[in-house]
Design a protein. Structure first.
Length: 401
């Protein structure tokens, strides 16, 4: 008897036949019936796996297994590590760990500048065979001339510049959105200008150089507007946002470090603009910005906790529960945002897939996560959609217990 009678989304007939053949060849495989859906493996272009340098927060081993549990078969790791992957020697150190410990496809970013300090370009050319693209994520490149040089180099080598956009001089010690909650609770706010003004600068530089440009984790309505216009003007630009920005705003905030991330949860109008951006195609993909920290680092409230939350194991259930089930966007569109679009933009092949029970309801309990991180604003929320099985490179990398 065939093990597969599930609905497939995002595959052609030939791909569906290959999946069916693979599943039927397995000795140990859960019965996959018509109550399940099969999706192409998700691709997350923005994760922090913390190794080398900060393995008390996360490792390649734990991070990749958390990704697999969330239906991801490819992820791109950010360079805020120790040592920073700013040279062939340093990126190969990370690559060695990936080759040994990752259960899915893990592609590292090379840093834009040496040590991510923004003062001197990293050696792009020697890192080319080992990096998916270049980013200083965690820090915006403050110097205009430095970013111009980076884009010229990236254009020369046909690589993408992936930018964390943040004007340091506008931060003023802020740690949540400069909005109603910050005012009411006497918190220092981060203004939206700190994000969108640097995006606007980079768009002008991308126009000048013809560089492929990608914007990380956009969070405000002005960013959506600026990027929408840039696309109409023919700029080679893509962008991402994250699930928490699409379903939460600063009215959800509590005095708890699990609600602290950078950029912060912004206003309801910002959230609505982001949703409109994914509906009209301005926003190309959804990434998690999975950023685990230790329990101690996240237990110091909004002001003093580290920036960052985990997201790989809740991303699809959050999007399905709050966007698809509410008829805001279609399931097919979610799959494009999580799988098809990032693969196309970054020119990668991945034949992995995941199997989901969309009817399964569960309460988010971080103690059950595969990731070492526990900080999620979705803790104790009721979600739909449970990952049953994930296959990467013809191997089962996750199966429900």
């Amino acid at each position: 008897m065939d093990k597969i009678s599930a609905k497939t989304v995002g595959f052609d007939k030939q791909q569906t036949a290959k999946i069916s053949s693979f599943l039927n060849s397995l000795d140990k495989c859960p019965q996959i019936t018509d109550e399940y859906c099969i999706f192409p493996g998700f691709t997350d272009v923005h994760v922090h796996f913390r190794e080398p340098g900060f393995s008390y927060k996360e490792t390649i081993f734990t991070g990749s297994r958390a990704a697999a549990a969330g239906g991801y078969t490819t992820v791109f790791t950010m360079p805020n590590l120790n040592p920073v992957p700013d040279s062939k020697e340093n990126i190969l150190l990370q690559k060695k760990i990936i080759d040994k410990d990752a259960c899915i496809n893990v592609y590292p970013y090379g840093s834009i500048t040496k040590g991510q300090m923004g003062e001197e370009l990293a050696d792009f050319e020697e890192m080319l065979p080992y990096t998916i693209a270049f980013s200083d994520d965690g820090r915006g490149v403050q110097n205009d001339e430095m970013m111009l040089c980076a884009m010229e180099k990236a254009k020369k080598f046909d690589k993408i510049i992936v930018a964390h956009c943040e004007v340091n001089s506008l931060l003023n010690g802020g740690y949540i959105h400069k909005g109603e909650y910050a005012k009411a609770h006497n918190h220092k706010g981060i203004c939206s200008e700190s994000e969108y003004l640097q995006i606007a600068r980079d768009i002008e530089l991308a126009k000048k150089t013809g560089c492929k440009y990608h914007v990380c984790h956009i969070s405000c309505k002005e960013s959506v507007d600026i990027i929408r216009k840039a696309k109409k003007d023919g700029v080679d630009i893509t962008c991402e946002t994250a699930p928490h920005y699409l379903v939460m705003d600063d009215s959800f905030l509590k005095e708890d470090g699990k609600f602290k991330m950078n950029p912060p949860l912004r206003s309801k109008k910002d959230r609505e603009a982001l949703v409109e951006g994914i509906i009209d195609g301005t926003i190309d993909m959804i990434a998690t910005d999975h950023a685990p920290h230790s329990k101690e680092e996240k237990s110091k409230g909004l002001e003093k906790s580290a920036f960052g939350i985990v997201g790989l194991e809740t991303a699809f259930p959050v999007l399905y529960t709050y966007l698809v089930k509410e008829n805001i966007i279609t399931l097919e569109n979610v799959i494009k945002l999580l799988s098809e679009n990032p693969k196309k933009r970054f020119n990668i092949l991945d034949n992995g897939f995941s199997v989901w029970n969309l009817n399964k309801e569960f309460i988010v309990n971080p103690e059950n996560f595969k990731t070492m991180g526990r900080a999620t604003p979705f803790e104790n929320m009721k979600l739909n959609a449970q990952c049953i099985l994930t296959v990467s490179n013809d191997k089962i990398v996750y199966s429900i217990d």
